[in-house]
Design a protein around this ligand. Structure first.
Ligand code: CA
Ligand code: CA
Length: 283
């Protein structure tokens, strides 16, 4: 396993969500080895990072391959009960845009899978949980920072499943699936960690939760954001609950993975990072 130091710049080379097995649009589903679905590159061991800390992952760049694909398959996505045929489309990336038929759109390459090791055992790279994983948060792109709770020594960070373009919800269960290169820089916050992964943008924090249903994930996101507002402003539950209704946006990350994903977005003017990190202490 590769060992890296804090502040090192690390480059991950990643395969696409079917381990680069799709070469043309006529590929037959039965020839694809689905055990190679959603691979992650890694893990890497980060020195001086221990359980109870926060691993800070600064996304410096996400460089996509020149070609991506999207596919639908019966039983997949939000409309899984409809009758439809499997279909694959290859999509070419050129000059920061991708064309779907004659519909052009700007690319915004993002990281679908990003996670550390859980406290014990293994965790499939197809679901999100406390450790990160298959979060499919379209905000995890160049310029963002992700704060992950650390459960084991060295954190054991892995990532993959890049998308050139993805909308919130990821309705059909795939996006513009690409291989590529991710450049990150790592840091640590000692002795504090978030309950769930946090994504930082220039003007907001997002608490990234998961659940067996979207309702379940919405509940977790709401519960955690209200606790954070209680800490941030010294409020009792009732008032933090009211405030959450005014300043927090609940958004769908993906509605299609085995565990669904929601994020609670809070503008930075209402909360500090520390208010999101002291998990384990009373709110
Ligand atoms: Ca994914
Ligand atoms: Ca994907």
């Amino acid at each position: 396993m590769a060992h890296v130091k804090l502040k090192d710049v690390v480059i991950f080379e990643t395969l696409d969500a079917l381990s680069n097995q799709i070469k043309d649009e006529n590929v037959r589903l039965e020839t694809i080895d689905l055990t190679k679905r959603n691979p992650a590159t890694g893990p890497i061991y980060v020195e001086n990072v221990e359980p109870g800390d926060t691993l800070v992952v600064e996304i410096l760049d996400v460089a996509p391959s020149e070609r991506g694909w999207i596919r639908v398959y019966p039983g997949g996505g939000v409309l899984h009960d409809k009758l439809f045929k499997p279909k694959v489309k290859l999509l070419h990336l050129e000059n920061e845009t991708v064309k779907f038929n004659n519909i052009g759109m700007p690319i915004k390459p993002m990281i679908g899978v990003l996670g550390v090791a859980p406290s014990e055992g293994e965790f499939p790279t197809i679901t999100p949980s406390y450790h990160g994983g298959n979060m499919d948060v379209a905000l995890i792109t160049k310029g963002s920072k992700v704060y992950l709770p650390v459960f084991v020594e060295g954190a054991l960070l892995a990532l993959g499943d890049l998308h050139a373009v993805q909308g919130d919800g990821e309705i059909c269960s795939t996006a513009v699936e690409i291989s590529g290169e991710v450049k990150i820089r790592l840091d640590v916050i000692k002795g504090m960690r978030p309950k769930y992964p946090i994504v930082e943008l220039e003007d907001s924090y997002s608490i990234v939760t998961f659940g067996h249903s979207l309702d379940d994930a919405l509940y977790r996101a709401s519960e955690e954001v209200v606790k954070s507002l209680m800490r941030a402003h010294g409020l009792e539950f009732e008032e933090a609950y009211m405030l959450s209704s005014l300043i927090v946006n609940l958004r769908v990350n993906q509605a299609v993975n085995p565990m669904r994903g929601i994020r609670a977005e809070i503008p930075k003017k209402y909360v500090k990072l520390n208010d999101l990190l002291n998990y384990g202490q009373s709110p």
